[in-house]
Design a protein around this ligand. Structure first.
Ligand code: RFL
Ligand code: PHB
Length: 400
């Protein structure tokens, strides 16, 4: 059942645009706080549940999902990880999270699974979640009564809201409802992309492996004990179908190679896609009664595994603020929302940029720049302080 029965809702307290992790977790947390909301999603349930994206959850994200009642399958099937391995020049170095961060760790649990868990909860017991309902515009951001215009079943509808939260990702429409000049955008692009593949083969290492190599970056990740997720740095504009399975495995082999005993197990590649790398921050994350959360407000390159975690952290802060408003009438939390989130966002932007530029080889990169990268990797291996800096950022701090 993907369609909420009855006539489409015409008014709500919080209109949420987008049913990615940000919109779904926000709806669930609002429901638990007794704040009513409606979620409008342009795509079908099947599409949203199959979209292959992130795979690493920080402890704070896991805690938020548990608090939302979405931790049951995550606790059963999620894989706690206590470290990552860095490789360069034939060497390998493990960064241990708990010993460097006072006990923090991360979890491997795919974004697709998080989305499935949240969708099931929402459709069973939550406020309305409408798939196949694209929003065309959000108007009245500066008034006390913003409106969301959307299409459903071939007809135009309007949802009157007290507040609208744009959780509609990087290409969403909510941001466009804010007057020109009210928001500032800060951005950086990178001269390479990632080719990401899913393969039906047990991961060749029990933790994630981030590899620097003269041939470019490679990452070994996983989705389950039987499914590997692997990434290769490729030139922008790469057509994923131009890479045969054999070429992908050969390249992964060459980039992940270490001195000594280790080999990469191969298996059937079941999915592949190319993703561009960029860093973008929109400030502030609120204008009038319209707020932005997750990728709608900021994008990070995936090397730091932060995108999904930032989305979760934004909506935890936001749900707390709406709860405060409902209980006490105070907008203090909503007034502080943007500043509170942007502190974490900029930390994650810096870390994601650091991981990206330390591990990738840019086209035409000078030998000097490569030496700097290698020196940084040696420093992480030699100094617990440098390793702790990486570990603290990767494992993330408490949300809020
Ligand atoms: P999402 O997940 O993009 O969800 C936004 C939702 O809004 C819907 N939408 C609309 N709905 C109604 N009306 C409209 N006009 C709408 N316009 C858009 C969309 O259909 C969608 O369902 O954003 P959210 O919730 O903020 O979550 C953020 C995370 O998804 C994101 O940060 C990460 O997945 C980033 N990311 C990756 N991170 C990793 O760590 N590893 C990865 O491998 C990885 N792969 C990716 C990614 C992001 C990608 N994007 C956004 C292009 C691969 C891709 C392709
Ligand atoms: C993933 O498993 O998809 C993944 C893991 C770590 C990253 C990026 C992606 O840094």
């Amino acid at each position: 059942m993907t369609v909420t029965p009855g006539p489409p809702p015409a008014r709500t307290t919080v209109g949420i645009v987008g049913a990615g992790p940000a919109g779904l977790l926000l709806a669930r947390l609002l429901h638990l706080a007794g704040v009513d909301c409606v979620v409008l999603e342009s795509r079908s349930r099947g599409y949203v549940e199959r979209r292959q994206r992130a795979g690493i959850l920080e402890q704070g994200t896991v805690d938020a999902l548990r608090a939302a009642g979405a931790g049951e399958r995550l606790d059963r099937e999620g894989m706690p990880h206590d470290g990552v391995e860095l490789r360069w020049g034939g060497r390998r170095h493990r960064v241990d999270f708990p010993s460097l961060t006072g006990g923090r760790r991360v979890w491997v649990y795919a974004q697709t699974e998080v989305v499935k868990d949240l969708v099931a909860l929402q459709l069973n017991e939550g406020p309305p979640l409408l798939f196949d309902s694209p929003v065309s515009a959000v108007t009245g951001a500066g008034t006390g009564r913003p409106l969301v215009r959307y299409t459903r079943g071939g007809r135009e509808h309007t949802l009157a809201c007290d507040w609208v939260v744009g959780c509609d990702g990087f290409h969403g429409v909510t941001r466009r409802g804010v007057p020109d000049g009210a928001l500032s955008t800060f951005e950086r692009t990178y001269p390479y992309s990632w080719l990401g593949v899913l393969a039906d083969v047990a991961p060749s290492h029990h933790e994630l492996v981030y590899a620097h190599s003269p041939r470019g970056f490679a990452l070994l990740s996983m989705r389950s004990p039987a499914v590997s997720r692997l990434y290769l740095q490729v030139p922008d504009g790469t057509d994923p179908s131009a890479w045969t399975d054999g070429r992908i495995w050969d390249e992964l082999d060459a980039r992940l190679a270490v001195d000594g005993d280790w080999s990469l197990a191969r298996g059937p590649i079941t999915q592949r896609s190319v993703l561009p790398m960029r860093s973008v921050v929109t400030e502030p994350m609120r204008w009038g009664r319209v707020l932005l959360a997750g990728d709608a407000a900021h994008i990070v390159p995936p090397t730091g595994a932060k995108g999904l975690n930032l989305a979760a952290s934004d909506v935890v802060v936001l749900a707390r603020a709406f709860g405060q408003l409902a209980r006490t009438g105070s907008t203090a939390g909503l007034d502080a929302y943007s500043d509170t989130c942007l502190r974490r966002v900029w930390r994650a932007e810096h870390f994601s940029w650091f991981m990206t530029t330390t591990l990738h080889t840019a086209p035409g990169q000078s030998a000097f720049d490569t030496r700097l990268q290698l020196s940084q990797l040696e420093r992480i291996a030699a100094s617990p302080h440098a390793a702790a800096e990486l570990a603290e950022n990767y494992a993330g701090g408490p949300v809020g």
